[in-house]
Design a protein around this ligand. Structure first.
Ligand SMILES: *Cc1c(COP(=O)(O)O)cnc(C)c1O
Length: 414
């Protein structure tokens, strides 16, 4: 089992990770990752892999991506010194403001990058799947920008729960298909999106929303999201006078955290902490703390940690934040956990909501509930590391969470 990896193996794997050797030729991050897909998808994934290697290094592609990030997404996003939180926590707290990126979160970095890649690969249309709707909105916006038709599959239950995001996607010109089969949530939507892609793997591009799925997606999404960590690293040096002592990011599928952590992995003195959704507590079914409480297995085309029962059945998950409510996690995180380079822990629903309230009052920023999980852990760390420099990835803004906040933090208030 991953967590029982021998120290010697862990050291060697971490050295390989730092040397940039992962994913290897088989699409693996040590024992994790790979490609567990139907035979019909292999040629499409091979073509995608060749395209990723070609275009991500192509100067004209890179220039066009950087232009879109600067003039349409709004990058670089600022680094904010959280003055009041710093005074209260007894540490210097800095916030990387992905909430200020277009559409309100880091997801747009990935969506615009993959949509540009799809064009280069000759795709005529995009398919995506979405749970809470945030990735669907980012995909719809990127496709509108580039003139690509976009179909978003969404579980029928989620289309009801996330009606405002369905409206946003429609305004942005996407076709939203409610999926009535299976569990009628994210997993059913993923199955439908894959089915659509298999039907026309040449003309259709499958735009995945996190560092998950079969190779090369975890690598591709990581490369598109590391702009977060690269900017933050330079901004810390300039504004804070040095690298952070610790970096915190929330972990759902793992894309904002991977994008933030990856440029710091070689800086062994920088503590990296991934914060999962602890939900109502540690009981199976009450949380989405995949790395902290899961076991390895195969989900969505890759071998990684996942939440499953003793028979290997994928477990129902719970979190107050829709964006963290997912039973799997990207394979590179499983490696970073097994090697001990990143520490993973969880914050509960209540701890996260409390942290969100504190950030609103102290800094004038309504964070997404997802991001608030990172604040909850950072605050605990500050208590035992006085005077340290802390960097938090503020992955998104909380406007989308108002219905949940009305029912929780604002409950009973006039
Ligand atoms: C989707 C989302 C997340 C979780 O996704 P990751 O792939 O783990 O980053 C976190 N924060 C916000 C604001 C999101 O929208």
């Amino acid at each position: 089992m991953a967590t029982a990896m021998k120290t010697a193996d862990a050291g060697a794997l971490l050295a390989q990770e730092i040397a940039g050797e992962f994913p290897d030729r088989r699409g693996r991050f040590g024992p994790f990752g790979g490609r567990y897909v139907p035979e019909t998808l292999v040629p499409a994934l091979d073509r995608l892999e060749a395209g990723v290697h070609r275009w991500l290094k192509d100067p004209a592609f890179v220039a066009e991506l950087e232009h879109e990030l600067a003039t349409w997404v709004g990058r670089p996003t600022p680094l904010t010194h959280a003055r009041t939180l710093s005074a209260r926590w007894g540490a210097q707290v800095y916030l990387k403001r992905e909430d200020l990126a277009h559409t309100g979160a880091h997801k747009i970095n990935n969506a615009i990058g993959q949509a540009l890649l799809a064009k280069r690969l000759g795709a005529r249309r995009i398919v995506a799947e979405t749970g809470a709707g945030q990735h669907g909105v980012a995909s719809a916006a990127a496709c509108a920008r580039l003139g690509l038709p976009c179909t978003v599959y969404m579980g029928a239950i989620d289309t009801e729960r996330q009606a405002p995001n369905v409206g946003r996607m429609k305004l942005l010109g996407a076709t939203v298909v409610p999926v009535t089969g299976g569990d009628q949530t994210l997993r059913a939507a993923i199955d439908e999106a894959l089915r659509d892609w298999v039907a026309d793997p040449d003309g259709t591009y499958y735009l995945i929303g996190s560092v998950v799925g079969p190779h090369p997606y975890p690598y591709l999404v990581r490369e598109l999201q590391t702009v977060i960590g690269r900017e933050a690293r330079a901004q810390m040096a300039r504004q804070a006078g040095g690298l952070p002592h610790a970096v915190f990011a929330c972990v759902g599928g793992g894309s904002n955290s991977m994008g933030m952590f990856h440029p710091f992995v070689a800086d062994r003195d920088v503590a990296l902490v991934g914060v999962e959704a602890g939900g109502r507590g540690a009981k199976l079914g009450d949380n989405s703390a995949t790395l902290t409480l899961g076991r390895p297995g195969v989900l969505q085309g890759a071998y990684s940690m996942l939440l499953q029962d003793e028979h290997g059945q994928i477990q129902e998950t719970h979190s107050v934040s829709a964006g963290l409510d997912y039973p799997g996690v990207g394979p590179e995180h499983s490696l970073l956990q097994a090697t001990g380079r990143v520490q993973y822990e969880y914050a509960t629903d209540d701890e996260s909501l409390e942290a969100l309230a504190e950030c609103c009052a102290a800094e004038g920023i309504i964070t997404a509930i997802e991001s608030a999980h990172a604040f909850a852990s950072a605050r605990k760390w500050a208590a035992t590391h006085p005077g340290s420099r802390i960097l938090i990835c503020l992955s998104g803004r909380g406007d989308k969470d108002m219905p949940t906040l009305q029912k929780t933090l604002l409950k009973g208030q006039a």
